[in-house]
Design a protein around this ligand. Structure first.
Ligand code: DX5
Ligand code: ZN
Length: 224
C-alpha cells in the first residue's frame, strides 16, 4: 500500500504560509491539504483561490488537494482549477447536483473527491463509482482543527474500503481527515485508509515536521 501524508494547512501559521508549506514538503509530506470554509456549510471561515494561486506563484509544485467545506461547490471549483488546485473534494450534502459537480471537477482536469461527515452515509457513492478519485472520511465534524478522532470512524473506513474492493477501485484514494496522530495512524491504516490528513499533530507538534512525518511513516511501515 502506498501511503500518503497530507498536512492540513489549517493549523499552519498563515502569516508565513509559503514557508510553512515549503518546510512541510521538505520534511517529507506527499501533498498539501487545503481546507476551504465559507462560514455557511461549516461555522468557520478560511481562505480561497487567491491563496492557492499564491502558493503556486511561490513555486510550490506538490499536489494541492482542496477540501471544500462550502455550499457553492461549482463556482469555487472553476476558481480553484484556475488557481492551480490538483484535486477538489466536496461534501455531497453541500452540492445540489453531486454527479454534475464531480463531472465539472474532472472536466477541469482535476481529481474529484467526495467527503463524508461522521453521520453522513456512504450510499452517495453508489451511483458515481466511475466519477470519483478520492473518498475522504471525516473523523471529526468539519470546521476546526485540533479535535479528537471519533472512534466510530474506523467502522466507516472499513466500509469504504470494502466498497472500493467490491467495485475494484483500488486506485481511488481513501483519505481520513480529523484527529489523525501518531497514536492512531496505524489503526486507521489497518482499517483500510491510505491517505492521512493531519493538521495539529504536524504543525503544532513539539517535534519538528521532519521528525513527525518520519514517525508517522515508521508507524505505517510496521504494518507492511
Ligand atoms: C477540519 C479539516 C481538517 C483539519 C484537521 O474540518 O477538514 O483538515 O485541519 O485538523 P486536525 O488534524 O488538527 O484534526
Ligand atoms: Zn480537511
Amino acid at each position: 500500500m502506498n501511503y500518503l501524508i497530507a498536512p492540513s494547512i489549517l493549523s499552519a501559521n498563515f502569516a508565513r504560509l509559503g514557508e510553512e508549506v515549503q518546510n512541510v514538503l521538505k520534511a517529507g509530506a506527499d501533498c498539501i491539504h487545503f481546507d476551504v470554509m465559507d462560514n455557511h456549510y461549516v461555522p468557520n471561515l478560511t481562505v480561497g483561490p487567491v491563496v492557492c494561486e499564491s502558493l503556486r506563484e511561490e513555486g510550490i509544485k506538490a499536489p494541492i488537494d482542496v477540501h471544500l467545506m462550502v455550499e457553492n461547490v461549482d463556482s469555487l471549483t472553476l476558481a480553484f482549477a484556475k488557481a492551480g488546485a490538483s484535486s477538489i473534494t466536496f461534501h455531497p450534502e453541500a452540492s445540489k447536483h453531486i454527479d454534475r459537480s464531480l463531472t465539472l471537477i474532472r472536466d477541469q482536469g482535476l481529481l474529484a473527491g467526495l467527503a463524508f461527515n461522521p453521520a453522513t452515509p456512504l450510499h452517495y457513492l453508489d451511483y458515481v463509482a466511475d466519477k470519483i478519485d478520492i473518498i475522504l472520511i471525516m473523523s471529526v465534524n468539519p470546521g476546526f482543527g485540533g479535535q479528537s478522532f471519533i472512534p466510530n470512524s474506523l467502522q466507516k473506513i472499513k466500509e469504504a474500503r470494502h466498497w472500493l474492493d467490491t467495485h475494484h477501485l483500488n486506485k481511488v484514494r481513501l483519505a481520513v481527515d480529523g484527529g489523525v496522530q501518531l497514536s492512531n495512524i496505524a489503526t486507521i491504516a489497518a482499517a483500510g485508509a491510505n491517505e492521512f490528513i493531519a493538521g495539529s499533530s504536524i504543525f503544532q507538534a513539539k517535534t519538528d515536521y521532519q521528525q513527525t512525518i518520519a514517525a508517522f511513516r515508521a508507524a505505517l511501515n510496521q504494518l507492511r
